[in-house]
Every structure is written in C-alpha cells, then in structure tokens.
Design a protein around this ligand. Structure first.
Ligand SMILES: [Ca+2]
Ligand SMILES: [Ca+2]
Length: 208
C-alpha cells in the first residue's frame, strides 16, 4: 500500500465514524432568554412575577426564569410566553425523562411546552406543564422526533390567569444534557489503525 492509499484509508476511517448523542447524567439549565411575549392578560405590563414564598406580583427581570432558582419566577398569563435557550449545550432523548419545567405556588396554573432544535425557528409540541411541581417530559413521547435531535430551545406558553400572580409561574427549565460521542465502527477502526501505521512508517522512512 503506498502512502496515497494509506491516507485515503485514513480519511475514509475518519469520515465514516458515527456521531451519536449520549447521556452525561448531568442536567443543564435553560439559561438564555431567546424571546418573550406579553399578551396583556395579566394585571400589569410584563414581565411580572416574584419570589415564592415572598412578594408577588411585582415587576421582575426575565432572569427569574433562567437562574435555575426554584424560588424566583416569571408569571405567564394566558397567551404570554417565554422562549428559553440552552447556552451551554443541548438536551436530548436519554433514558426516561429529559426535560423539567418548574411551576411554583399552586392554583391550577398550566402551560403548553414546545421544544426546538434550531434555537426557536420552529417548534414541536411536547406537553402541558402542571401546577406547583416540576413537570417531567420524555422526548420519546413525540412520535416523529429524530432519535438524535439536539434540543436547544424551549417555549412555555401560559394557558390561564389563575393564582395570586396570575398565570403559569415559571421558575426554571432544566434538561438532560447530551454530548456528542464519536463511535468508530470495527471495520473503520481497522482502516484507521492501518492509516496510522502507514503514517508512522513513512515518517520513519523520511527520517532514515
Ligand atoms: Ca427520554
Ligand atoms: Ca427562577
């Protein structure tokens, strides 16, 4: 095998590796505000919300929904929404539940949850988040979602104006972190090793 075919084998080895998402067993917080819409259905112009237990409804920064803190929240009355992004990675369909949406308080407040793999250009409906709990969702519940979908944005849309701070009181969105792992197939590994041996051999030839 000459050096040119060795290099071809090496390139073939690299390009035929499979890149698949795998669980890191860590969760990441949706830490970036991509979009916010105030429907006007609340008692004051948004964003409003508060701390729980604490003071509400009062004007709050949108960071109350991205700080990962379960006691600070942004209220989303009927039709208001927040689109949050994962700035440090992406979320994927791992074993069991993949996405977690926290609502604080508890007055039958709910929200529609949508996910996006293109930072909010298009969305797929995931489910309804319920009140006074951390709602868990499994991406496997979506029939046509690609198994390797990398979810990088989540949209939460308020469905009502119940509660002391009217609407869905969004404290945080978290997700199961995915990481891309390159898994070469056995035949590919053989070619890849051959390529490395070839490079080492030609390096020795050049040296002598
Ligand atoms: Ca899952
Ligand atoms: Ca919060």
């Amino acid at each position: 095998m000459n050096s040119r075919s060795l290099i071809a084998a090496l390139v073939a080895g690299i390009t035929s590796c499979a890149i698949v998402p795998q669980a890191t067993a860590a969760t990441i917080v949706a830490d970036t505000v991509l979009d916010y819409f105030d429907s006007g259905a609340g008692p004051m112009a948004g964003p409003y919300g508060g701390t729980f237990p604490g003071v509400f409804p009062v004007p709050v920064p949108l960071s109350y929904a991205t700080d990962g803190n379960e006691s600070t929240f942004v209220s989303l009355p009927t039709g208001s929404f927040l689109t949050l992004g994962f700035g440090t990675g992406y979320v994927f369909d791992g074993p069991g539940l993949d996405l977690f949406v926290s609502e604080v308080g508890g007055a039958s407040e709910t929200a529609n949850v949508y996910i996006s793999s293109n930072f909010g250009s298009t969305f797929t409906f995931l489910g309804v988040a319920t009140t006074a709990t951390v709602s868990g969702f499994d991406f496997a519940s979506i029939p046509n979602l690609p198994v390797d979908a990398k979810i990088n944005a989540v949209k939460v849309v308020g469905l009502d104006a119940f509660g002391g701070s009217p609407g869905f009181d969004l404290a945080f969105v978290k997700g199961l972190e995915g990481s891309s792992v390159v898994i070469p197939e056995p035949a590919t590994m053989a070619l890849f090793s051959l390529g490395l041996l070839g490079i080492a051999a030609s390096a020795r030839r050049r040296k002598s």
